[in-house]
Ligand binder design. Structure first.
Ligand code: URA
Length: 206
C-alpha cells in the first residue's frame, strides 16, 4: 500500500485546529474543509489529462483538461466533512455514500446505507477522516471494489498505526493519504492523541 502523509505547513495548521478540544464547531468544520482541499490536491497529482489546442487572446497554444472519471465516496457521517475539496476542485466528480457504523462492543463495521454512482473504471476517492481499527474503511473499500473501479485512494485526516497495518494487509493495492499518522488506539478504539469523535465535532452532536 502506498502511504502519503501530508507535509504541507497548512495541513499541520488545520490539523492542529481539529485536535484542539476548545475549537468551536464552525472552526472545526472549516478546518476539515480546508484539509479536504489539501488531501484531494495531493491525491490527484497524477490524474490523467487530455491535451487540446486552445486559443488565447494572442495565439493558439496547447491546453489540458481533466477527463471526468472520478468518484468521491463519503463514509457516513464523518466523511461528509471532507466533501468540499473534491466537490470544488475536481470537474465532473460524482459522489457516493456508504453508511457504516461501528458496533460499539465489537468495533466491527455494519452497513446501513449504500448509494453509489457509476464506479466501473473510475478513480475512487474514499473519504473516511479517522482510520482507527480500519474496519469501516476496509468495509468501504470492499464495497467499492465490487463495482470494478480503476484506482482507489483513501483520504483520511488521522490514521492509527493499527489501522494502517490492517488496511495494508487487506488492501495492498490502494493509496492512503493522511494528514497524520498518530501514536496508537486506546482501549475504546479512539486514536491517540487524535481529535476525539470526528462526527460529533463536525455536527455538534456532543
Ligand atoms: N472515529 C473517530 O471519530 N475518532 C477516533 O478517534 C476513532 C474513530
Amino acid at each position: 500500500m502506498k502511504i502519503i502523509e501530508l507535509e504541507h505547513p497548512l495541513a499541520k495548521h488545520y490539523l492542529t485546529l481539529l485536535r484542539e478540544k476548545n475549537t468551536s464547531f464552525e472552526i472545526f468544520r472549516s478546518a476539515a474543509s480546508k484539509l479536504s482541499y489539501l488531501l484531494i490536491i495531493e491525491a490527484t497529482k497524477n490524474l490523467e489529462l487530455d491535451q487540446e489546442k486552445i486559443q488565447t487572446p494572442l495565439v493558439e497554444t496547447l491546453g489540458y483538461k481533466l477527463s471526468s472519471n472520478t468518484v468521491a465516496v463519503s463514509v457516513l457521517r464523518a466523511g461528509l466533512g471532507l466533501i468540499d475539496g473534491p466537490k470544488d476542485l475536481i470537474p465532473g466528480m460524482t459522489f457516493g455514500y456508504i453508511g457504516v457504523q461501528r458496533n460499539e462492543e465489537t468495533a466491527k463495521p455494519e452497513n446501513y446505507y449504500e448509494n453509489l454512482p457509476e464506479v466501473k473504471d473510475k478513480d475512487v476517492f474514499i473519504l473516511e477522516p479517522m482510520l482507527a481499527t480500519g474496519g469501516s474503511l476496509s468495509f468501504a473499500i470492499d464495497t467499492v471494489k465490487k463495482y470494478n473501479p480503476n484506482k482507489i485512494y483513501a483520504l483520511t485526516v488521522i490514521s492509527s498505526p493499527e489501522g494502517i497495518k490492517f488496511i495494508s494487509e487487506k488492501h495492498p493495492d490502494i493509496t492512503l493519504l493522511t494528514a497524520s499518522i498518530d501514536e496508537k488506539l486506546n482501549e475504546n478504539y479512539y486514536i491517540v492523541p487524535g481529535l476525539g469523535d470526528m462526527g460529533d465535532r463536525l455536527f455538534g452532536t456532543i
